[in-house]
Design a protein around this ligand. Structure first.
Ligand code: ZN
Length: 145
């Protein structure tokens, strides 16, 4: 009988031994994902999301223009600060940084200037347009976000 117990124990030990790297591997990959978002990256992301929210709030009429400009200037500065810190943390050699954030900010800024994009011809109509200035089609439906 003790032989069977011994075999069972060895089998269990072998199974654990085989599974161990798998379990550890899963654990390691989970940990790495957490580590991938550094503090500076998190700051940058938060600032960009806040910036986007400000744009949407302004578009939705929840912010008056003074508040909008104040908050936007503050958040843009914060985002650029966070980006600079992020770049410094990662070290030199990255060319995507400033250009990338400026492109993101430009895209956000353009989003508010574009106003209503015509679904048919792509013409950028002013905010509040109900009909396309270029082709005359209705552009009243909100653009899905
Ligand atoms: Zn059109």
């Amino acid at each position: 009988m003790t032989l069977y117990v011994g075999v069972a124990l060895v089998t269990a030990a072998v199974v654990l031994f085989l599974l161990h790297p798998v379990i550890q591997g899963i654990h390691a990959s989970l940990e790495r994902e957490d580590d991938e978002l550094t503090e500076t990256e998190a700051r940058k992301r938060v600032a960009l999301l806040a910036l986007r929210d400000v744009e949407y709030d302004f578009l939705a009429g929840k912010l008056d223009e003074d508040d909008y400009r104040t908050m936007k200037a503050k958040l843009t500065a914060e985002a650029l600060d966070a980006l600079a810190a992020d770049e410094a943390a990662k070290g030199a050699g990255s060319h995507t940084g400033t250009a990338a954030i400026e492109a993101e900010i430009a895209a956000i800024r353009q989003g508010i200037q574009v106003g209503v994009l015509c679904h048919d011809c792509g013409y950028n109509n002013p905010v509040g347009s109900r009909f396309c200035s270029a082709c005359g089609r209705s552009v009243a439906e909100p653009v899905p976000s």
